[in-house]
Design a protein around this ligand. Structure first.
Ligand code: SF4
Length: 366
């Protein structure tokens, strides 16, 4: 099988994974030799770049890559997936999947429509090519288009013909980007053998350092008097997705915005949280946030746990969740307990963190 530059640009595609499978090279074999060393170094760089915001095109615009260059780039993808799996953090997986998909998207604009049509078949997107534009079956359009927040993605703003939605090549590649995110995310984390994990441990440690820096930035005290460590798991999850640059469904955006507004966060701070979204639109986000907060300053109340569950937004339930029916109650209870712990700490001089007291808190709620 002949290797092509597309295999490096779209390493998650079936053709590329077939090439890796039939190459006769195992991951273990990469642990020795110059080729393997270059692959592992690039894999590490790939994940670090994803953490830092962009997986760069290693070939740049100038050089015509050799077959070996293409192979190294292609093989760095499965190794990068192993690195991400060893860390196993949900937030990192989401961010990595998004950045890989964005890197692929940056190449798609130069691809011929025929190539994109073939690629879309892998993702079971029913489409018909219409010269340089595309028509996507409306069910597939909704599957991915509903995540986009610009008005042009609303079905009412599209031309619908015989069950197919007309989109430009640019919009079609944006839909493909979402499909790629799903494919990468749903396949991670991988089961990594302890021996492989041990062999890769220095690289994983280095990646972890960068990841910890990012988490520290995210967890920094941006919320003033708001205690993010007391947020319920569903809200933490949504924040992690937004911070990973992922678009939230409308119901999740409403839940997150109203929750933050209910606990006293201002409109501008909330808008800043969404600033990292791939489709961030200052005017539209500002309009939505201010609408939820309300001109009188009386915000909509955040949805109950039952509503959260109905829309698939109840995520990562903790024990406390069994005793509450509203995410705000979760926050209040954890906050109250945190205050009690601090008082106890003042009395005894012992240090008691909010997280370490979760089990004790559950007992107190019984
Ligand atoms: S039970 Fe309620 S607070 Fe807990 S994760 Fe689900 S929605 Fe959030």
């Amino acid at each position: 099988m002949e290797i092509k530059i597309e295999d490096a640009y779209y390493p998650f595609a079936l053709r590329a994974s077939d090439y890796v499978k039939h190459s006769g090279k195992s991951i273990e074999s990469l642990l020795d030799g110059e080729f393997g060393k270059a692959v592992i170094t690039r894999a590490k760089e790939r994940v670090i770049q994803a953490i830092q915001g962009e997986i760069k095109n290693i070939f740049g615009d100038k050089k015509i890559p050799t077959e070996i260059d293409i192979e190294k780039e292609l093989f760095s993808y499965p190794v990068a997936r192993i690195f991400v799996s060893c860390i196993g953090d949900h937030y990192l997986i989401s961010r990595y999947a998004l950045k890989e998909a964005e890197a692929a998207h940056s190449h798609m604009k130069d691809e011929k429509p025929k190539f994109l049509e073939e690629l879309s078949k892998e993702f079971k997107i029913q489409c018909v090519r219409k010269k340089h534009d595309f028509r996507i079956h409306f069910a597939d359009y909704l599957r991915f288009g509903s995540r986009m927040h610009e008005p042009k993605w609303k079905l009412v703003n599209r031309r619908l013909e015989d069950g197919y939605v007309l989109v430009t090549k640019n919009d079609f590649t944006r839909v493909l980007q979402e499909a790629i995110v799903d494919r990468i995310k749903s396949s991670l984390p991988l089961d990594v053998s302890p021996s492989l994990e041990k062999a890769f441990s220095p690289y994983i440690a280095e990646i972890n350092e960068h990841f910890e820096e990012l988490k520290a930035e995210f967890g920094s005290d941006d919320f003033g008097d708001i205690y993010s460590e007391c947020f319920p798991p569903c809200i933490k999850h949504m924040l992690a997705l937004v911070q990973a640059g992922q678009n939230l469904a409308h119901s999740a955006r409403f839940a997150l915005t109203s929750f933050l507004a209910n606990i006293g966060m201002g409109a501008e701070e909330i808008i800043d949280i969404y600033r990292v979204s791939p489709d961030f639109d200052e005017g539209q986000t500002s309009y939505q946030v201010k609408h939820i907060i309300g001109s009188s300053g009386k915000a909509y109340t955040a949805p109950t746990c039952a509503t959260m569950a109905t829309y698939g937004n109840c995520f990562g339930k903790e024990q406390i969740c069994d005793w509450i029916s509203h995410p705000l109650s979760f926050y209040r209870k954890k906050l109250n307990y945190s205050a009690k712990s601090t008082r106890k700490e003042d009395d005894t001089g012992e240090e008691t963190s909010v997280d370490s007291t979760t089990n004790e808190l559950s007992k107190n709620l019984l």
